[in-house]
Write a protein that binds this ligand. Structure first.
Ligand code: NIG
Ligand code: FE
Length: 384
């Protein structure tokens, strides 16, 4: 049967980043790409475009770069207020830890989120999502964790869902109530973890939770407390991920891997055992160079060991008001190259598989199959 070259959508005159190996970004200069329904039907050099090609819509892209839509798999994008003064405090010598122990940091955002109505929280958060979208992001993970009480955590997760609906992008929500100890539980971290575990099935029943996260750290929660949260998540069939080994080594990477974690994130203090456990369980290393940069950290994640053990690496913005007020995933990729010495190819995403679905992120975190057009006027194409 002759091939059908009548398509729904045809992009012509693009610089196409297929992200296939062997050539930086798998670039095809002066290329074309065609879609039918939610599938990529054809791609290749313009010179190879079939003579009988037709499409209902043709976009001449003037050699702009066309990539798979980008995935930002770690954000705290829903928040209220700002913490610009903390930047000043840190420049004057205060550490993130000292600010947190003095009731600032995460707890400062908690006060602002609790005080904001759902609509106000949406109004403040939506422009941040739009900025990421304009930068090529089409799949976005958003965490709770600035509510730390049932209704406020629910409010954050509802806002995250509304952002996905309003912008027509894929939003994955992560329940991060185990982010900091709220004032109501000041001397009772275990009691707070009981509450976190109690709220989870109720929020899950409302369809508000796609994954569960925790901050396993001296100023967060202990490995034992993290395990309790993760056991509750897994009992509900929810995947887990972890803020692991950012400021100290509590064995967070290995802990996340033991629960078949989707990812362990930060990893500045992860040791060889943690790397090996991640490799054994297929846990993705999510690198957050924005937080590393803003906190002026000096200890690097174990990039060479992650490479050596074949641990998949992803880069995310960690967009949050304290440690990474970053609204560009491409900037995060650049920082990952500058600070962590990732190669540009490593900082990119995985190849476009043949005949792949457009508009869905079948594997997460990994490449999203929407298409992003980059500079001069950036936009994303939900092709379906
Ligand atoms: O990923 N380290 C914990 N959580 C965030 C920061 C949150 C905040 O400071 O508001 C992070 O860096
Ligand atoms: Fe984070």
């Amino acid at each position: 049967m002759p091939a059908d070259h009548s398509w729904d959508l045809l992009f012509t005159h693009v610089t196409l980043a297929t992200l296939e190996g062997g050539h930086p970004f798998g670039l095809i200069e002066n290329a074309a790409l065609a879609c039918t329904g939610d599938r990529i039907a054809w791609l290749g050099p313009m010179a190879a475009l079939p003579a009988d090609a037709t499409a209902r819509r043709v976009e001449h892209l003037e050699q702009r770069v066309l990539t798979p839509g980008l995935i930002d798999c770690h954000t705290h994008l829903v928040f209220a207020g700002n913490r610009a003064h903390e930047f000043d405090l840190r420049l004057n010598g205060a550490t993130y830890e000292q600010i947190a122990r003095a009731g600032g940091g995460i707890l400062s955002s908690v006060r602002a989120v609790r005080a904001a109505s759902e609509d106000a929280l949406l109004a403040q958060s939506l422009p941040r999502a739009r900025a990421l979208l304009a930068d090529g992001v089409t799949t976005l993970e958003i965490k709770s964790g600035y509510g730390l009480e049932f209704e406020s955590e629910r409010k954050m997760l509802r806002v995250a869902r509304r952002i996905g609906e309003l912008l027509g992008i894929t939003v994955r929500t992560t329940y991060l109530a185990a982010h900091a100890l709220p004032p109501e539980y000041c001397d009772d971290a275990d009691g707070y973890i009981d509450a976190v575990i109690d709220w989870l099935p109720r929020l899950h029943d409302e369809g508000l939770v796609d994954a569960v996260d925790a901050f396993c750290e001296g100023i967060g929660f202990s490995p034992a407390q993290t395990r309790r949260v993760f056991a509750a998540a897994r009992a509900l069939g929810l995947p887990v991920k972890l803020h692991a080994d950012q400021l100290s080594n509590l064995g967070g990477a290995a802990l996340a891997a033991a629960f078949d974690g989707l990812s362990a994130d930060h990893l500045e203090h992860t040791d060889a055992e943690g790397v090996q456990a991640m490799a054994a369980h297929g846990t993705v290393a999510v690198l957050l160079p924005g937080a590393f940069h803003v906190l002026r950290e000096t200890r690097l994640p174990p990039i060479a060991q992650l490479r050596e053990h074949g641990v998949p690496m992803a880069v995310a913005t960690d967009c949050n008001p304290g440690t990474s007020p970053l609204l560009s995933l491409r900037q995060a990729m650049q920082l990952a190259c500058t600070h962590f010495r990732l190669t540009p190819d490593e900082a990119g995403t995985s190849p476009i598989p043949p005949n792949c679905a457009i508009g869905s992120a079948e594997h997460w975190p990994s490449a999203s199959m929407w298409l992003a057009v980059h500079s001069p006027d950036r936009s994303v194409f939900p092709c379906a």
